[in-house]
Design a binder for this molecule. Structure first.
Ligand SMILES: CC(C)(COP(=O)(O)OP(=O)(O)OC[C@H]1O[C@@H](n2cnc3c(N)ncnc32)[C@H](O)[C@@H]1OP(=O)(O)O)[C@@H](O)C(=O)NCCC(=O)NCCS
Length: 169
């Protein structure tokens, strides 16, 4: 069993360890630290089991070329400890966090990821809404409207926070 909650301020090291283990490299862990240092982390949730952090998701503000109103976020990174993968933790964490953002209320979320995974949460190719990323993600760049008309008025290039320059691919 696991519980989902917001991180405490002293849990950065445990969160970074989850990303390092899940991705097998340091980039995403460093990204989480840098997003926080820059004040660009808009929302985070973690999953805890037996007192340990086993999963984490971060959202940061994106800048949209046209129609930007600071109510769109990028989902990244998300990670589940290898021993906890394929047990529904990642899906639960993402669903829970999207519901929390609907309450805030944010308008839309974008993600660059596996279409087969993110489609289950309602993400669709961002190109359907006239949006594109700066990584040439194509259909792997997806958008989700959190409210009726949540993507209306957004158009063009979507820029992630400067911390994303830390990712090597
Ligand atoms: C991707 C990740 C967050 C999913 O978390 P999870 O707890 O393992 O996922 P869940 O148990 O909720 O869901 C499992 C489903 O996700 C699918 N899945 C897991 N990783 C996937 C991936 N990289 N691509 C596509 N599908 C994936 C599984 O096939 C499974 O689908 P099914 O239930 O229909 O068979 C986790 O596997 C992880 O941390 N991976 C390494 C880091 C990563 O790639 N993060 C995402 C990019 S930012």
């Amino acid at each position: 069993m696991f519980a989902i909650r917001q991180p405490r301020t002293d849990e950065l090291a445990a969160i970074m360890a989850v990303h390092r283990a899940a991705f097998g490299r340091d980039d995403e862990a460093a990204l989480v630290r840098r997003l926080r240092a820059d004040g660009d982390d808009a929302f985070e949730l973690l999953a805890e089991a037996n007192g340990d952090v086993v999963a984490h998701v971060a959202y940061s503000r994106v800048r949209i070329e046209r129609g930007d109103d600071r109510r769109a976020l990028g989902l990244a990174p998300v990670a589940v400890l290898p021993a906890w993968q394929h047990r529904g933790v990642g899906s639960t964490l993402i669903r829970y966090s999207l519901d929390a953002l609907r309450q805030r209320p944010m308008r839309a979320v974008v993600v660059l990821g596996e279409p087969g995974y993110y489609a289950r949460f309602g993400f669709q190719p961002a190109s359907n809404a006239g949006l594109h990323d700066t990584y040439g993600g194509g259909d792997a760049f997806m958008a989700l409207s959190l409210q009726p008309g949540g993507l209306d008025g957004y158009r063009g290039r979507v820029d992630y926070a400067p911390a994303f320059a830390l990712l090597t691919d």
